[in-house]
Each structure stands twice: as structure tokens, then as C-alpha cells.
Design a protein around this ligand. Structure first.
Ligand SMILES: Nc1ncnc2c1ncn2[C@@H]1O[C@H](COP(=O)(O)OP(=O)(O)O)[C@@H](O)[C@H]1O
Ligand SMILES: O=P(O)(O)OC[C@H]1O[C@H](OP(=O)(O)OP(=O)(O)O)[C@H](O)[C@@H]1O
Length: 179
């Protein structure tokens, strides 16, 4: 594979999907990988393919996913087909679980991790404003912590402040890595 895969990770509400969409809109040749999720199609947020638990299990068994994981009572998959552009030298952004990074780096040795961070006090407010989850679900998301494995290629992006600053930091990080 001659392209570059970027894994975007960080706590719930930090702005991963928002920064990804903005970066893909601004940088020609950068593509956001569409995930398969067992979430209701009407939930809103990122553009994703909504499937039932049964369909997801069948896809996983067939080997349709390059990576898949469980979180928040949902299953998430990165379809092998969505990574096709890598072979054409394209740059892809993927929203991943921190728990799947070791496997991702083993599968894609050139993986670059973009770790989005924000002050703890802004996360809850952002999740509430997003309005996709119930109060209970938001509390569970805020309680979830995860350390990044050692030995990865990681760039930190602070999205505590105005969105424009976060987008600029993300764009700088992406531009610093040549394809
Ligand atoms: N820098 C920012 N300032 C204010 N609101 C933001 C900022 N970044 C993201 N948001 C908002 O916060 C909410 C959570 O962002 P989202 O991209 O869904 O986060 P994640 O994918 O990390 O859970 C969304 O409503 C989004 O519009
Ligand atoms: O293991 P973690 O690193 O905590 O990540 C768990 C999951 O949380 C996020 O999902 P999702 O996009 O549904 O949630 P979010 O938008 O609230 O971050 C992320 O994309 C992972 O799928």
C-alpha cells in the first residue's frame, strides 16, 4: 500500500468526527473512511452505514472488516473495501477505538495516530449539545478512559478551544506528513 492511513482517536465528545469532516473538506485527496455501525441510521452525527447485529456478525465472519470492535453497546467496523484508495496512494482518515490501535498498527505499519484531546470540562457540554445520546449514555462515555499503547507514531491535537483552532491544528498535522 502506498497511501497513508491516519487513525483519529480520543475521548467521546472531543471532536473527532467534526475535525475529520472539516479536514476532508479542506484538503484535496484526503478521504474519511465510512464506518459500519450497529447504530440506528437516524441517530445523526457522522455519515455511516447502519446495519443490524446479525448483518454485522455475518460481515465480520466473511472477513469484510479490516478492523472491528465493540464500544458503547455498539459494534463498529472499518470495511476492507473502504481502504481500497490506500493502494492508489490516497490519504485516509479513520475514526478508531484506542483499544484497536495495536492491531491497527500491526496491520498498517505506517499508521499515523492523531490523538485529539480537550479539557475534561468541555467534553460533557459538547456531548449534551450534540444530543445524540441520553444523559445516562453520556455519563458512561465520560467515564470511559483508555491509554494509548506505547510505540506508536502519535501527533496530539488540542481541540479545547474554538473549532477553527482545532481544525487548523488537524490540518497542520496532516500536512506535516507527506504521502
Ligand atoms: N472546538 C469545538 N468547539 C465547540 N464545539 C465543538 C468543537 N469541536 C466539536 N464540537 C462539537 O462537539 C460535539 C462533539 O463533537 P464530535 O465531532 O461528535 O466528537 P467525537 O466524534 O469525538 O465524539 C459536536 O456537537 C460538535 O459540533
Ligand atoms: O475505545 P475508545 O477509544 O474509547 O473508543 C470507543 C468508540 O468511541 C468512539 O465511537 P463513537 O464515534 O460512536 O463515539 P463518540 O462520537 O462519542 O466518540 C470511537 O470512534 C470508538 O468507536
Amino acid at each position: 500500500m502506498s497511501g497513508q492511513l491516519f487513525a483519529v482517536v480520543g475521548p467521546s465528545g472531543v471532536g473527532k468526527d467534526t475535525l475529520m469532516a472539516q479536514a476532508c473538506a479542506r484538503l484535496p485527496g484526503l478521504v474519511c473512511v465510512r464506518r459500519v455501525i450497529t447504530r440506528d441510521a437516524a441517530a445523526g452525527g457522522e455519515a455511516f452505514d447502519s446495519v443490524s447485529e446479525r448483518v454485522f456478525a455475518d460481515m465480520a465472519a466473511r472477513g469484510d472488516f479490516a478492523l472491528h470492535w465493540r464500544a458503547h453497546g455498539l459494534r463498529y467496523g472499518i470495511p476492507v473495501a473502504g481502504l481500497g484508495p490506500l493502494a492508489r496512494g490516497e490519504r485516509l482518515l479513520c475514526n478508531l477505538s484506542r483499544g484497536v490501535l495495536r492491531e491497527a498498527a500491526a496491520t498498517f505499519p505506517a499508521l499515523m495516530v492523531l490523538h485529539v484531546t480537550a479539557r475534561a470540562d468541555v467534553l460533557g457540554a459538547r456531548l449534551a449539545a450534540r444530543g445524540r445520546e441520553s444523559t445516562d449514555e453520556i455519563a458512561h462515555r465520560l467515564a470511559r478512559t483508555a491509554a494509548l499503547p506505547d510505540g506508536l507514531n502519535v501527533v496530539y491535537i488540542d481541540n479545547s478551544g474554538p473549532l477553527e483552532d482545532g481544525v487548523a491544528a488537524m490540518v497542520r498535522a496532516l500536512q506535516s506528513v507527506s504521502a
